[in-house]
Design a protein around this ligand. Structure first.
Ligand code: NAP
Length: 232
C-alpha cells in the first residue's frame, strides 16, 4: 500500500507553523515538525496527529532525521537571535531534504530576489530602524534572513520563497493573491491574514508554477486585490 504523502514543518510551534499544520492535516498530509524543545508543549492540541522532532531548527542532525522520506518541507525563517539561526536553518534544510522534495520557505516583503521591488518609505524606514536597534540589542538580525534567502535563491532545489506582507489574525479569506514585485498595485493594501499566509505555503507544495519563484502575497479581500480583480 502506498504511504501517505509526508511533509515536515520547520518551526512548527510558532503561529504560522501551527496554522500550516492545520491546513496540511486537513489536506491529508502526514505531518512532522521540528521546534525548539522548550516549545513542544505549544503543540499539545495536535496530540498524535503530528510527529514532533524537538531541536533547534539549525541543528543539522535533527533536521536530517526529521526530513527522511518527506515529500515537502515548509520552513519558517525568522530573524531572531544573532547567531545565524535563519541561515543555519535554511542550510540544514537545503542539505538534508530528499532530492525531489518541494521546499517552501517563509519570510517578509523586505527580502528581494532581484532588487526590482519598490518599497514604501515606511517599510524602508522600519527595516533600517528595527534592523539597527535589533542588531544593537542582539535580539534579531535581519541580515541573517537575507543571507538565508540568498542561499535559497542560489540553490537548484525545487524551492519557493513566500514573502509575507504585514500580518493580522482573523478568519480565512481564502488563498492570498501574489505578485513578483513589492510595489505592484495588487499588493498595495499590504495586509494578509496569518491563517491565509499558511494556506499559501501549504498550497505551494503542489503548485509547480511556483517553483523557483519568490511570490509577495497580499490578502485576497483587501481593497487593492479587489480593485485588481475588478479591473481584470
Ligand atoms: N510578524 C509579521 O508581521 C510578519 C510579516 C511578514 C512576514 N512575516 C514572516 O512570517 C513568518 C512567521 O512570522 P510570525 O511573526 O508570524 O512568527 P511565528 O509564526 O509566531 O513564528 C515565530 C517563530 O520564531 C521562533 N522563535 C521565537 N523566538 C526565537 C528565538 N529567540 N530563537 C529562535 N527562534 C525563535 C518560534 O519558535 P518557538 O515556538 O520555539 O518560540 C517560531 O518558530 C516569518 O517567516 C516572518 O519572517 C512575519
Amino acid at each position: 500500500m502506498a504511504r501517505n504523502r509526508r511533509i515536515c514543518i520547520i518551526g512548527i510551534s510558532g503561529k504560522l507553523g501551527q496554522y500550516m499544520a492545520e491546513h496540511a492535516l486537513a489536506r491529508g498530509w502526514e505531518v512532522r515538525g521540528v521546534c525548539r524543545p522548550e516549545s513542544v508543549g505549544k503543540l499539545a492540541r495536535f496530540g498524535d496527529r503530528i510527529t514532533v522532532f524537538p531541536g533547534r531548527t539549525d541543528d543539522a542532525a535533527v533536521i536530517a532525521r526529521a526530513l527522511q522520506g518527506c515529500d515537502g518541507v515548509l520552513t519558517v525563517l525568522v530573524p531572531w537571535g544573532v547567531d545565524d539561526y535563519a541561515s543555519g536553518t535554511a542550510r540544514a534544510v537545503l542539505e538534508h531534504a530528499e532530492p525531489k522534495a518541494r521546499l517552501v520557505f517563509s519570510c517578509g516583503w523586505h527580502v528581494s530576489r532581484d532588487g526590482k521591488d519598490r518599497y514604501s518609505l515606511k517599510l524602508r524606514a522600519f527595516v533600517a530602524v528595527f534592523g539597527a536597534i535589533a542588531r544593537a540589542l542582539r535580539f534579531a538580525d535581519i541580515s541573517d534572513q537575507l543571507r538565508a534567502t540568498c542561499m535559497i535563491f542560489d540553490s537548484d532545489r525545487d524551492w519557493t520563497v513566500v514573502r509575507g506582507s504585514d500580518l493580522e489574525e482573523g478568519e480565512s479569506q481564502g488563498l492570498p493573491v501574489w505578485s513578483r514585485h513589492v510595489g505592484d498595485p495588487i499588493l498595495a493594501s499590504n495586509r494578509t491574514r496569518r491563517i491565509d499566509f499558511a494556506l499559501f505555503m501549504v498550497e505551494a507544495l503542489e503548485n509547480d508554477a511556483l517553483i523557483r519563484e519568490a511570490p509577495a502575497i497580499n490578502g485576497r479581500l483587501t481593497p487593492s486585490a479587489i480593485a485588481h480583480a475588478r479591473a481584470a
